[in-house]
Design a protein around this ligand. Structure first.
Ligand SMILES: [Zn+2]
Length: 325
């Protein structure tokens, strides 16, 4: 009984009273099957090399890839994204389409270690070229169509090596059409393509340069997207859908929830988000400084991705999330 004259029309707090009630009406859930773990494999090292800007993330020697895959599997991770850090660089990244190159070897090793693990290859050239650009350089810029021809060779090689899914990250125009044609012609019509369909030129990639030991000093602004352009961001993903991409992606994530929601509203395809190195590093740094609760911040961030429309989350936190959810 109260003398208060205010009587709310509806009491939302009725369903917030207990943990069981809150769980019952929760709209967004995290599961281990939401997550994809990125793995860096470097040639020419014998021990894991810590990435100093990304605590708990390492570049692993090839000899430890099977162990890394098995550890991830035992934690409940069912999908990994492989990045190679090559010492066999040239002007065009030809190591990526040689049958004994790093890309092929990583895929074969990962599949041999855990045949049921979904092995995804990051398909680009920047870790395999001397100049660090994502393709063939002509007059100080990446030649789109020449790069597509090499990408076709690379994805067929990856498929022959046993990859389960192709993930082109170079933001070349027409890359999904080129990949789809090459895979289909080579007898790999069943291999899906997860496109980095809306990838922004972002300062959040800073620590990744450290992760892949890149001394790249140029700009990728002529192929990665301007982060000021939401209409173009939607168009990029819709174009890749039209070309046959099986899964779309937004990269980075935290600063791009509006883009995720916009694409979600316009596509029925599964949608992935890449929680990138800088987003990871910021949480780690904040936690190390004692200003945030790491676990709480990560769970809130991952939930925000799913709430905004992401089905899949690529994150360096995948293994820690196994302990937390
Ligand atoms: Zn690249």
């Amino acid at each position: 009984m109260t003398n208060n004259l205010i009587t709310p029309d509806f009491r939302f707090r009725r369903l917030r009273r207990t943990a069981a009630l809150r769980e019952l009406v929760r709209e967004t859930h995290l599961r281990m099957s939401d997550f994809i773990l990125p793995i860096f494999i470097e040639e020419g090292i014998n021990e894991p090399v810590p990435i100093k800007t990304m605590p708990d993330v390492f570049r692993y020697p090839e000899s430890q890839l099977a162990e890394v895959i098995n550890r991830a599997w035992s934690k409940g991770i069912r999908a990994v994204l492989l990045f190679g850090v090559s010492t066999h660089k040239d002007e065009v990244g030809s190591d990526t389409w040689h049958d004994h190159g790093l890309l092929a070897r990583m895929i074969q090793t990962a599949k041999a270690a855990q045949p049921e693990m979904l092995v995804i290859s990051d398909n680009c050239f920047c870790e395999y070229t001397t100049h660090g650009h994502c393709g063939v350089v002509f007059k100080n810029d990446v030649d789109n169509d020449a790069t597509l021809l090499n990408l076709q060779k690379q994805v067929v090689l990856a498929a022959q090596a046993g990859v389960d899914m192709i993930a082109p990250s170079g933001m070349m125009d027409g890359m999904i059409t080129a990949i789809r044609q090459a895979l289909d012609d080579a007898g790999f019509a069943h291999i899906p393509v997860m496109s980095y369909s809306t990838k922004f030129a972002s300062a959040f990639y800073g620590p990744f340069r450290d992760a892949v030991d890149s001394s790249f000093k140029g700009t990728r602004n002529t192929y990665q997207m301007d982060f000021s352009n939401p209409r173009e961001a939607l168009a990029e993903s819709m174009q890749d859908e039209a070309e046959g991409a099986d899964i779309l992606m937004v990269k980075p994530g935290t600063a791009y929830l509006d883009i995720l929601a916009h694409i979600r509203a316009n596509s029925t395809r599964p949608l992935a988000v890449y929680h990138v190195s800088g987003e990871y590093a910021m949480i780690k740094a904040g936690a190390a400084a004692g200003v945030i609760d790491e676990k709480a911040i990560v769970l809130e961030t991952m939930t925000a991705f799913k709430r905004a429309g992401a089905d899949l989350i690529i994150t360096y936190y995948a293994e820690r999330l196994a302990d937390w959810i």
